[in-house]
Design a protein around this ligand. Structure first.
Ligand code: TNX
Length: 536
């Protein structure tokens, strides 16, 4: 049992439950952290990201059985889709049928209900309420995204072997209790660089499944760079035919056809993850320049590039055809993008002068708007004065960034990806075989121990739109490498994006993280067993 004193804490009662509730995590978005047992006793204390509030019902549990049914909000296809997703997770390991039926239907047996009614108003657009009683499991939210988040929490309180792809022995018991939960930030992102090394549709889907477990809701795909162009553009076919034909180290590269890309976007959307496509410009464009000589100022196409230098390429700022090209690319990308944002890069444009960079962005930003999208870009793009709706993604290594403070003063919201904290391609320590180290070594505690709301000096907390963990792939060639760099740091960044700051505590986080490893072993996630974490 825990003390619950503390200003600003936020608990919740269960209307009509009449039970005396024991607060384990009873916290607010502004109040001080409330101590939790150092040694967790119930899976409710293992949840990553930490929920706003989790309250056990001592002595109560629910056990799935062969006749359990999944009931979803009648008339809601999105809620039904979440139900089918949950059934897809549970069926292989439990071997149960778990039919998904509209709530109110008379299926017998005990229930897992996913309802779009009756949730506490505080859950907002992406939060949920989860109740586990002897009779069943009830997840309530205002949106399917909230139900989906609740399902991730439910997964995490089931035994880890539920993640297995083959039938396992039960029992499938979850502890009684309730959770009230909602995110701190709207943007909780992961970025994957599929340009330096190409990742297949199935590899990207695998990563989508892994990040969904931690309530990440944005996948930023870095689709183009010097070493490769990875998205079919029908009006400029040589971008992929030639520009997609290699990668760092000289491998065969690859690209997504538009059909494959649509499939990826839909797969992410079914997991309530919005894909943000990045077309990096005006630098990082050697693959495009190599594919079309007319995009070069001298009309000569450079060879394909398979090294890892940055900052040497630029689209030709003075040529009209450059903007015809960008217009075509943005039109096709926008048509493939249900989300609001297109990322236009803008980083490390060392081969473009500042006046040229301004000129370029002045022409390109309106093209993004013309195709019905809002621009986001690496933080350098603020030097061209984009509109306040444009979202800068801060990747700096310092906490002093006056240009970000000024952008916020003009009304911009900023996504934080400080390279010293959030870059999943940085080595953990000197012994890490993969990765780079230009921003320093980043072990799990470094990735976790910073406050996005107070990180950049003078940046108002409410100007922070969220966090994102980029994984650049100069040294990363396959899913095993990707997982080694992302786990356990991705869950750390995901927690910064979701959990109230009042839950922030490294000593407790590392215990919760350790409890995730059993799940990763079942899921075959190749995580880095950092010595900072007390793995069981
Ligand atoms: C910097 S940070 C880059 C990328 C590299 C990365 C490697 C940023 C926006 N650009 O081009 O892949 O460092 O860590």
């Amino acid at each position: 049992m825990l003390p619950t004193e503390g200003a600003g804490r936020r608990g919740f009662g269960h209307p009509g439950s009449g039970l005396a509730l024991v607060a384990l995590l009873l916290v607010g978005t502004t109040g001080p952290a409330v101590p939790v047992h150092a040694a967790p006793e119930t899976p409710l204390q293992h949840i990553v990201p930490a929920p706003v509030a989790a309250t056990p019902r001592p002595g109560v549990a629910f056990t799935l059985s062969a006749d359990t049914t999944i009931h979803t909000q009648p008339g809601s296809a999105p809620a039904q889709q979440v139900g089918e997703y949950l059934a897809g997770v549970l069926r292989p390991s439990t071997g149960y049928r778990l039919p998904v039926v509209p709530s109110g239907s008379s299926a017998s047996g005990r229930r897992i209900s996913l309802l779009l009614a009756g949730a506490d108003a505080r859950v907002g657009e992406e939060g949920y309420q989860l109740d586990v009683t002897r009779q069943g499991v009830l997840i309530r939210a205002r949106t399917a995204a909230g139900l989906f988040a609740g399902v991730q929490t439910f997964r995490q309180i089931l035994p880890a072997k539920v993640e297995a792809k083959t039938r396992q022995p039960g029992p499938w018991t979850v502890p009684g209790g309730q959770v009230l939960d909602y995110p701190r930030y709207a943007h909780r992102g992961a970025m994957l660089d599929v340009a330096r090394h190409f990742f297949s549709v199935d590899e990207v889907k695998g990563y989508i499944d892994q990040i969904a477990l931690y309530k990440v809701n944005r996948l930023h795909l870095h689709l183009t760079d010097d070493q490769g162009w990875r998205l079919e553009i029908k009006s400029w076919p040589n971008l992929t035919a030639h520009g997609g034909s290699t990668e760092v180290g000289g491998g065969t590269g690859g690209y997504y056809t538009q059909e494959q890309y649509k499939d990826l976007v839909a797969y992410a959307a079914a997991r309530h993850i919005t894909v943000i496509p990045e077309i990096d410009m005006p630098g990082h464009t050697n693959a495009a320049l190599s594919s079309y000589p007319e995009l070069n100022c001298d009309g000569v196409a450079p060879p394909l590039y398979t090294g890892i230098e940055v900052g040497f390429s630029s689209l030709c700022i003075d040529k009209d055809i450059t903007y015809e090209f960008v217009d075509d690319v943005l039109r096709e990308v926008a048509a493939l993008t249900p989300g609001e944002y297109i990322h236009i890069g803008g980083d490390e444009a060392h081969a473009t002068t500042d006046p040229d960079f301004d000129l370029f962005m002045d022409k390109v930003l309106p093209l993004v708007a013309k195709h019905g999208k809002t621009a986001t870009g690496w933080h350098e793009f603020v030097k061209s004065g984009p509109p306040p709706s444009a979202v800068p993604q801060f990747w700096g290594t310092k906490t002093v960034a006056p240009d970000m403070v000024e952008a916020a003063a003009r009304g911009s919201e900023i996504v934080l990806s400080p390279a010293t904290k959030a870059y999943l391609d940085m080595k953990y320590d000197a012994n890490t075989k993969l990765g780079l180290s230009w921003a320093g070594y980043t072990d799990v505690q470094d990735a976790y121990d910073w406050n996005p709301g107070a990180y950049v000096e003078g940046l108002p907390a409410d100007a922070v739109r969220g966090v994102e963990a980029p994984l650049w792939s100069e040294t990363i060639t396959n899913s095993a490498d990707l997982e080694f760099m992302a786990f356990p740091r991705l869950p750390a960044i995901a927690e910064l994006g979701w959990s109230p700051w009042s839950t922030h505590d490294w000593d407790r986080f590392k215990v919760r993280l350790a409890a995730q490893a059993e799940r990763w072993r079942v899921m075959d996630v190749n995580y880095y067993p950092s010595p900072q974490v007390p793995w069981a």
